[in-house]
Design a protein around this ligand. Structure first.
Ligand code: GLC
Length: 753
């Protein structure tokens, strides 16, 4: 018997049930008698929120100072696995110093609509990018002996009615998009914990969703840790325990522990299920306690500089007519209250009490830049202030360049609620108009956690998307504006021209407590690229102060049957005059479309830093899964046959290299056989076609509908279509085919399985 099992055998029923819920808001229960310790959990994904006495799950009460790094939306724009690992490790160091055992993050929910109030805390609209970055974040944190809590599993893609809404998602979409965003992170990084979401998924609360938490998460993906509820997400405790949800947080005052005890005592819950949960909890508890580094400390200054470097490598230069980088000699009007009061993080449970904040004004003063500051607008109001506006316009007119520091005030986007539009506040829109009327050299710097509409983009010279850049945001902006560092970030989400263009527009945020994911797999660029709708700025877009040439695309084979892997390589050259980084993207496009597929899908990426004139050979691997679609009927990933185009792009809309490859897919699976199967569906299967011809040869002459089957060129589209869509049972209606013969035919068809 294992040590853990021996320990469990010494526990009382009450002690075991007690372990399945928190002792306090951020702490599990100990069992002193048996030397079972408690562990501490705390937010969050881009900085710690370790609280003292006053505790809450919404970031309302204070927390101890910690480094506030850029939020996930910005982090993802770095497309850097290395950077995410470094961030994760820094969080782990700070968690050790704070005596925390588990950090509640990263968030890997897909950005289904830009309106979701919490998108600042999530990585991407693309599952591959999201899951790879989440995996890196987890590896980093856990490399320091601190657990992660990959969240919110699953389909928590809106804040509206988040604790009750039922996300209705078809199986293929769920697998290819919403679960895929977690799958790689679970399989490759093995988070110590996974946090289940508040919402329902296809009718069941995630906190008691056995298929989600056991069949998929554990049986299919091999998750070895424990599942913790989101705070207050438990509905029925006993079904939740049976489904594989081990730890209810926060505490429930013993209420639900008692429900577990009663259920075991009354035979409604097998004690083995409780023991399984306790073993999972104890395994992570002892791992965490063993990994504890007592009296650990962290270097706040070093972490501040890391936050600055991460922000520099994440921010995205969306537009630049050449005005950037600025030179120190140019007099600049810095306009907008965000320059002195930066918005550098989001609202809610991820909120961090930053060790320090470096606004843009402070950074500009530090570097001795030539600038005047004008407030331009009040962050705390949306209505224009003519006095501030007039002064800003005058300051812009007399300067050589105007830099507008704009963005979304924190009341516009937050955990807990969604946006209803994509607009900047009215006072900022008015300010843009007033300044661009008098100053053609206008740069816009943005602080927003999710896309905004930019009807003014054509009136400005440059746009730098800073996202929510963390506590060193000002220094990072100054580094990029003045060219200390070349911008290198690329969008991990599409910026649409308008809300009506967005994929989920007709189905967001749903009616009452039902939200239908009607757009299916066509999320983000998969929607825009399949429909041919031009976005404002496409997925994967980002400019640099240098230029890159792409050449020599080579595939390790000209065909692929799903065995082994396919290597895609190409040369990237920095053809500019300065060192810079480039994010290279690999997309696959199924040109045959034997089943409906998105126009293209991201299947690989790499980030490379090159000196002027330097060339790097980039190599990326493709495996069977990269070409597959999820066949819900067969509950499996299937490799289609056809021609696939391998694309190497600087963005999803800037494809530089491409080459086609022939894919020999899985044999067409025998469809589920019953009397209502269509002739056309059977004829896609070679063996079934053979059986049909044998059984129907004697009646084929009297049925022109069977011309297609008998490969006779009847030349009659109507008849061919009728034959294609003819259910087998209808043969009895249109010929001397008897029910007895139909049974024989069905038996022979089923025998092919
Ligand atoms: C919040 C959030 C979750 C957070 C938890 C604890 O409601 O949904 O992300 O980790 O509660 O604060």
């Amino acid at each position: 018997m294992s040590t853990l099992k021996r320990l469990i055998s010494r526990m009382t029923l009450e002690e075991k049930a007690g372990l399945c819920s928190g002792d306090q808001f951020w702490r599990t229960k100990a069992v002193e008698r048996l030397g079972i310790p408690a562990i501490n959990l705390s937010d969050g994904p881009h900085g710690l929120r370790a609280q003292g006495e006053e505790q809450d799950h919404l970031g309302v009460n204070d927390s101890r100072p910690a480094t506030c790094f850029p939020t996930a939306a910005g982090l993802a724009s770095s497309w850097s696995v290395e950077l995410l690992e470094q961030l994760g490790a820094a969080l782990g160091d700070e968690a050790q110093a704070e005596g925390l055992h588990v950090v509640l993050g990263p968030g890997a929910n897909i950005k289904r609509s830009p309106l979701c109030g919490r998108n600042f805390e999530y990585f991407s609209e693309d599952p591959l990018l999201s899951s790879h970055l989440a995996a890196a974040h987890i590896r980093g944190t856990q490399s320091r002996g601190v657990g992660s809590s990959l969240k919110h599993f699953a389909a928590n893609n809106q804040e509206h009615r988040r604790m009750s809404v039922d996300a209705r998602i078809d199986e293929r979409t769920l697998r290819e998009i919403y679960l895929a965003s977690f799958e790689h992170a679970v399989k490759e990084a093995q988070p110590w914990t996974v946090m289940c979401a508040y919402n329902r998924l296809n009718g069941e609360y995630c906190s008691e969703h056995a298929r989600l938490l056991t069949t998929i998460l554990r049986d299919e993906w091999g998750f070895e840790g424990f599942v913790v509820s989101d705070w207050g997400a438990v509905n029925e405790r006993v079904p939740g325990l049976e489904a594989g949800m081990e730890l209810e947080m926060p505490a429930s005052g013993g209420e639900r522990d008692a429900q577990i005890v009663a259920a075991v005592r009354e035979g409604r819950l097998e004690e083995a299920v409780l023991d399984r949960a306790v073993e999972r909890l104890l395994r992570i508890t002892f791992r965490a306690v063993d990994a504890r580094q007592e009296s650990a400390e962290f270097d706040a200054d070093a972490h501040h500089q890391l936050a600055r470097r991460i922000a520099c490598e994440s921010m995205v230069l969306l537009q630049n007519d050449g005005i950037l980088p600025l030179s120190n000699e140019r007099r600049v009007a810095i306009i907008g209250e965000f320059a002195e009061r930066p918005r550098y993080q989001g609202g809610g449970s991820s909120h961090v009490n930053a060790t320090r904040v470096e606004p843009l004004l402070e950074a500009l003063e530090t570097r001795g830049a030539l600038f005047d500051y004008l407030k331009g607008f009040e962050i705390d109001r949306d209505t224009p202030d003519p006095r501030l506006e007039q002064a800003a316009a005058e300051g812009a007119r007399t300067a050589e360049v105007a830099v507008l520091c704009l963005g979304l005030p924190d009341r516009h986007e937050s955990e807990g609620y969604d946006r209803t539009h994509l607009n900047l506040p009215a006072n900022q829109l008015a300010l843009i108009a007033a300044v661009t009327r008098v100053q053609p050299n206008t740069v816009v710097v943005l602080a927003n956690g999710a896309p905004i509409a930019m009807p003014w983009a054509g009136q400005v010279s440059a746009i730098l998307e800073g996202y929510l850049g963390g506590q060193a945001v000002g220094a990072a902006l100054a580094d990029l504006l003045y060219g200390e560092v070349s911008p290198s970030g690329k969008l991990a989400e599409t910026f649409p021209h308008r809300l009506e263009d967005t994929p989920a527009h007709l189905n967001f945020p749903g009616d009452s407590d039902v939200v239908r994911y009607g757009e299916g797999i066509f999320v983000g660029y998969r929607h825009y690229d399949t429909l041919g709708t031009d976005p404002l700025f496409p997925f994967g877009h980002g400019l640099s102060y240098s230029r890159f040439d792409y050449a020599n695309l080579t595939l390790s084979a000209s065909d692929f049957d799903g065995q082994g892997s396919l290597t895609v390589s190409c040369d990237i050259t920095n053809s500019g005059e300065r060192e810079a980084s480039e994010i290279v993207q690999l997309y696959l496009s199924d040109r045959t479309q034997s089943v409906p597929m998105a126009a293209q899908a991201l299947r690989g990426f790499d980030r490379v830093t090159l000196a002027p004139g330097e060339t790097a050979r980039i190599e990326m691997g493709l495996s069977r899964r990269d070409f597959c679609w999820y066949d819900a009927e067969r509950a499996d990933w299937r490799l289609p046959t056809g021609i696939f185009e391998v694309r190497i792009g600087a963005s999803s809309r800037d494809i530089r290299l491409n080459q086609c490859i022939e894919v020999r897919g899985d044999a067409v699976a025998l469809p589920v056989i019953d009397r209502n199967i269509l002739m056309g569906d059977l004829q896609r299967h070679e063996g079934a076609t053979r059986v049909l011809r044998q059984h129907l040869a004697d009646i084929a002459d009297e049925l022109p509908m069977l011309n297609g089957l008998m490969s006779r060129d009847g030349g009659d589209d109507l008849m061919d279509a009728m034959g294609h869509y003819l259910p087998l049972r209808a043969l009895v209606s249109f010929s001397g085919f008897t029910e007895a013969r139909l049974e024989d035919l069905l038996k022979d068809l089923k025998a092919l399985a």
